[in-house]
Design a protein around this ligand. Sequence first.
Ligand SMILES: NC(=O)c1ccc[n+]([C@@H]2O[C@H](COP(=O)([O-])OP(=O)(O)OC[C@H]3O[C@@H](n4cnc5c(N)ncnc54)[C@H](O)[C@@H]3O)[C@@H](O)[C@H]2O)c1
Length: 263
Amino acid sequence: MAGANHWHELSFNGRSAVVTGAARGIGRAAAHRLAGLGARTVIWDLDGEVAEQAATELRELLKSQGRPHSVDWAHVDISDADAVEQSMERAVSGDGLDVLVNNAGTTTVHETESMPLELWERTLRINLSGTFYCCRAAIPYLKRRPGAAIVNISSSSALVGGGGGGHYAASKAGIDGLTRHLARELAPDVRVNSIQPRTIETDLFQARYAHAPMEQEKLINQIPLRRLGQPEDIADAIAFLASDWAAYITGQILLIDGGRTYQ
Ligand SMILES: NC(=O)c1ccc[n+]([C@@H]2O[C@H](COP(=O)([O-])OP(=O)(O)OC[C@H]3O[C@@H](n4cnc5c(N)ncnc54)[C@H](O)[C@@H]3O)[C@@H](O)[C@H]2O)c1
């Protein structure tokens, strides 16, 4: 705990972090932030090739800036509980884990009436069960480290629907419920918070609007801050919530939407 005269930098020196779905988009930006602030960072993704590339680029960037650069990657499908368990053991190398960022997620555009049941189940399995599997596997390691934190990435869809369909909105609302529960269950050892991004310019977002470029224009006019969010906007909040600067914050759900939802 920092007293009024005890100023401390936002730093992850000597700490370790696992970020899921970090080959691209928000997860990649989060891995950059955490590693840039000193964390030994492990990038997990279903897309091993892009994950490896992301890790190499991040290592080179940090090296060129003369910063410490411990960045690893692993091909992990978070919807496979056994793979998550084994990968977690390898990622922490017996040391404990300071930060888990549950960011991996997926969506498709589908109406409820015609939604294949397999799609509903797959989306819940990746977004919600995957987040649960990662938390479950990380908890024993997080408990070994003082000040450990989980940051879950849900979505504004948990509040207002949308995001492709009911499968997505329900999976994200489930993540927020899990966050609130784990914050109680894991206190005082591990803090747990979620972030609800909205309209962040990533591949996932572009895929949803690829068919309707005019829609994007309209959308920006609905955002009080008059721009789409960038992955770095979310990465900054992830770093804050994972850090000692948020030492008294747990069980919170932070909406990051440029002011769009409540105006
Ligand atoms: N972009 C937005 O506007 C927005 C809004 C709300 C919520 N989100 C959430 O933010 C998170 C990141 O989104 P993004 O926009 O950066 O998406 P993205 O598609 O750009 O990146 C997601 C990454 O997750 C990986 N992934 C998917 N399924 C996986 C699995 N089973 N195991 C491991 N990795 C897997 C993908 O390979 C990809 O690299 C997601 O959970 C998404 O639902 C995004």
